[in-house]
Write a protein that binds this ligand. Sequence first.
Ligand code: FES
Length: 369
Amino acid sequence: MTAPPAPPAPPGPPWALLAELTHACPLRCGYCSNPVELVGRSGELSTEQWSEVFRQAGALGVVHTHLSGGEPLLRRDLSDLVAAADGARLYTQLVTSGVGLGERRLAELTGAGLRSVQLSVQHADRVTAERIAGARSFTAKERAARLIHEAGLPLGLNAVLHRGNLDDLDGLIRLALDWGADRIELANTQYHGWAARNRAALLPTPAQVERARARVVRWRERLGGTLELVWVAPDLVDATAKPCMGGWGAVSLTVTPDGTVLPCPAAGTLPGLDPPNVTHRELAWIWRESRAFNAFRGESWMPEPCRGCALRTVDHGGCRCQAYALTGDATRTDPACRHAPDRPLVAALVHGAADCADPSAYGYRGGGR
Ligand code: FES
């Protein structure tokens, strides 16, 4: 007998705030999961508005803020924003490409209260890395990693994985060791926003994924914990729904450059969500009361087979944005799941991607291939 769906529990405080300070970015990565239509510079929240967001987040119980983008270093007021977040008792992490991070800027940021840095890397080989990023950036990343390490800040690398770099996992891990990183996140591409356009060129083959997964296991044994290796699984290839965002409206909130507040970075694509904005509503009301944050809390929204599946408390029904992107209905079972009625859609994509002749033929933001 199937247990009745659990009603949404009253939400506890969110753990994290993803603050997308700007959508502007010096890189043009084909795997970028930011929206196709970006917020322009003139539409960004001001220093005062962001400071108020951090104050409200602190009062709400948020512990950790990721200062992200785009490239947050393009905000001239970044030190002021770090100081405001730190003043609100938030742990501040800068998520950056490293382009524009010199000695003076880093000193300003650490002086303002910056606690850690996550640096993106595309490939261990300079030429390939810059081809993937669509911009000169490798030297800036090398320098940024050295400065961060010398400053004594915890350094994490973030490598978004796809068909064009999955076979270079050893190189990426060696790079993390050479650059003195404490952690490397090996994150298989999430096909949202711009990345969804390039899915056919980015999707890896199942054989590539298996080779990479085996390498991660071997490296973990070899390193014995000296470098933390985080493997973010490719849900489409694995045929397993991911516990996206740790559950809808359960762990974190995202504030986009213009102040829109979303339960996940891609939720702006969902029709009828009516996402609130910090310029009109308090963060606490948005978190607890808004329709957007309650839309998929709990289990009562779940269709079969999720509703009767023992894994629903683990995967929380998978990714709503992916269900919408692939089926046009955000309430359907995530088609990544092997039990989803729409799984054949994903099986065809994975099969088709394996047959794609040119894995580098993805489109860059701003044009070009
Ligand atoms: Fe929105 Fe997964 S990205 S729910």
